[in-house]
Design a protein around this ligand. Sequence first.
Ligand code: TXA
Ligand code: MG
Length: 321
Amino acid sequence: MSSGQFVSNCTADAMARAAEQLKAGSLVAFPTETVYGLGADATNSDAVARIYKAKGRPADHPLIVHLGDMQDISDWADEIPDYAIALARSFWPGPMTLILKRSALAKNFITGGQETVGVRVPDHVIALALLHEFKKIGGKGIAAPSANRFGHVSPTTSAAVTAELSEYLEENDLILDGGPSLVGVESTIIDCTEELPKILRPGAITAEMIQDATGLSLTDSVSDIRVSGSLENHYSPAAKVVLDIGPESGDGFIALSNIETPAGVIRLASPQNNEEFARVLYTALRSADQQSLARVVVAQPAGDDISVAIRDRLLRASRGR
Ligand code: TXA
Ligand code: MG
């Protein structure tokens, strides 16, 4: 297989061409504010099957359908509760995925055979331009998981997408470059199929923000909805990730900037605050692998903001591949 084409000049023309490639069944990796996605026409089962192949992902894992406009959710979902509308109004475009009862358009190859569908309007000019061009030529939505091999760290730059996937892409597939993702961790996933919202995967949209936007409290009852990011070993670099211990000589080290680097330790990132921590985390984990480090020590940030998502991903990363 030959690698996909790399597009760094994302002009309006280039976006229109990328949308046509999608419509023709090719894969297009594109930037979002959270992480880069590997996109396919969400109504084309052959194209979606190629996502699974390129990622090496089990076929029963559901995919998020990306949309250019909030109104488009009615194509994909039925019986949308009022609180889901309130969330969409408050946080879209943005780093939030809503799990809703699926419509007839959301086939088993998108939902993994479940009766629900995940939808999200991303907040990135290139993603939105691609989605709008795709809609103009009849596209209904773009299915896109994170553009990494299954179980690996999600890519937050086009270079990381190329490193993960170029050998699995075909000649007509594209990788769009939109600079580093500004949020840096995957979207908050909220189950909206019950009376009360429930967080399935934490992200930049926090529990407090959800409560404020809906006026509802969150349920914390255990849901049986499958989220692949919930598998134990996920988001993992090749290096061993160890949390909250003192790093030793030769270890990689990721910590807030107020924490000093002990002698002989290789500092991989020194973010000033929790938002920056999220933004740089995956690139820092990747750089450990680029430097062939055996071990990365991470001093986890505290709080109930985006640090909840950071700790969630780090816990899974620490369980290894
Ligand atoms: O920020 C993000 O959400 C990124 C960007 C590209 O949008 N996408 C992303 O996709 O993280 P992925 O496939 O790597 O993770 C999506 C998660 C998976 O764990 C999947 O199981 C879950 O969303 N998911 C999708 N549809 C679902 C559904 N109907 N019910 C439950 N979980 C669902
Ligand atoms: Mg993923």
